[in-house]
Design a protein around this ligand. Structure first.
Ligand SMILES: Nc1ncnc2c1ncn2[C@@H]1O[C@H](COP(=O)(O)OP(=O)(O)O)[C@@H](O)[C@H]1O
Ligand SMILES: [Mg+2]
Length: 375
């Protein structure tokens, strides 16, 4: 029996367009011999639109993007019953969120899918929320003794309302030593990220970060090579050999990531010593497991050019998924081509759902019935 897989894409985050790019690739590569594929596009206001066969727009800069048609049927959710278009229930077996950033990658959508009792791709509520929160992720990694770059967190309310808070924030930032990087705790795709060369530039950089979150991370800048590692799996994750991002300009900006074809070069595998590659993979697995990531993720590291040390930078629980994106290319180079990668991710999602379904939440019914969709 084919499973019906529903792709969710678009959404309310700054990464709406990127999601439509990623979704076009996932849509194309899902094996139609195994799955019936349907699509729900989330517009910028958060309304869900259903299309069994969405149109694909060929954007001159971004490439193929799944379209969200405002005239398409809107979707309603009935908790405990499923997704509906009008009075018709959509026969969804599995949800594949291809949504980057806030309200897609941060645990909120995952909570909704848990409430709907639907299996889905990727990390659960906790893993998603921790992965999205750069401050909490770094706190846990530090606690585990994993290497992270020195940083302080500045809260928007303190910074904006209290002169002493503002001075303290500036002083704490300054103590790390310039140059610094300032970034919103919970954004992505380099949105709101700036490199700060001196104290005068710090307030404007914080203000830019606070457009996207109410906490900002002020971090010592490392002169580093950017190493990225694909990790898949649930209880026993595996990491593929890492790749390297070589940005053309100062750092890996939004433009370099998605708009400028010459913005960055992806070197796969990274041209690094075998021992460094192995260490990066081990760190990536520890970073992944310690945040309760599941299914798949991309773990990004810095390799300090000065002393060769590796640092964990961040984890992305729904990484860019276009066919030229780092994550699927790392998996393909490591022996798992795009279509097979999607199969594996779907299997991990079903397995996780089956595992959770075997846990009783009800004292009166300690042995729940196995769920048919978890087979
Ligand atoms: N501490 C740092 N030192 C050097 N470069 C950094 C630092 N923090 C961020 N960057 C640069 O900014 C880019 C985006 O920052 P990152 O923390 O990865 O946020 P995002 O989630 O937006 O990708 C990185 O890929 C890197 O080029
Ligand atoms: Mg990044």
């Amino acid at each position: 029996m084919k499973k019906t897989v529903c792709i969710l894409y678009g959404g309310r985050s700054q990464e709406h367009e990127v999601s439509r790019q990623s979704a076009a690739s996932v849509y194309r590569h899902l094996n139609r011999e195994k799955y019936v594929v349907m699509c729900i596009g989330l517009d910028r206001d958060g309304t869900w639109h259903y299309r069994e066969t969405p149109a694909v727009d060929a954007d001159p800069v971004r490439g193929d993007m799944l379209r969200i048609s405002p005239e398409a049927d809107t979707v309603s959710l009935v908790p405990g019953k499923g997704f509906f278009v009008g009075t018709g229930r959509l026969p969804i077996d599995f949800v594949f969120p291809v949504l980057h950033g806030t309200f897609g990658e941060d645990g909120t959508l995952q909570g909704l899918l848990e409430m709907m009792n639907l299996p889905y791709a990727g990390a659960g509520v906790l893993g998603s929320a921790l992965s999205m929160d750069k401050e909490k992720a770094k706190t846990i990694w530090r606690e585990r003794g994993l290497p992270v770059v020195d940083s302080v967190t500045v809260r928007k309310d303190e910074f904006e309302t209290m002169p002493t808070g503002r001075d303290a924030a500036l002083a704490a930032g300054g103590r790390l030593g310039f140059p610094l990087f300032v970034k919103p705790v919970g954004a992505g795709s380099s949105v709101g990220v700036s490199k700060v060369m001196n104290a005068d530039e710090l307030p404007a950089a914080l203000a830019a970060a606070f457009l996207f979150d109410d906490r900002a991370l002020v971090e010592r800048a490392v002169e580093a090579r950017e190493i990225e590692c694909a990790v898949i799996g649930n209880e026993r994750p595996r990491a593929f050999p890492p790749g390297e991002i070589v940005p053309r300009l100062e750092y890996y900006s939004y433009e370099a990531k998605y708009l400028d074809p010459e913005g960055a070069r992806l070197s796969i595998p990274a041209d690094i010593d075998e021992s460094v590659s192995l260490e990066a993979r081990n760190l990536a697995i520890e970073a992944y497991s310690s945040l309760s990531a599941e299914g798949f993720a991309r773990v990004d590291l810095f390799l300090d050019k000065a002393d060769g040390r590796l640092y964990l930078n961040e984890i992305n629980s729904i990484p860019g998924f276009t066919n030229i994106s780092m994550f699927p290319r790392l998996c393909a180079a490591g022996g798992l081509p795009y279509g097979a990668l999607l199969d594996a991710i779907i299997e991990y999602g079903f397995n996780r759902h089956a595992r959770r379904s075997a846990v009783s939440f009800d004292f009166a019914r300690p042995s729940p019935e196995p769920r048919s969709s978890a087979s």
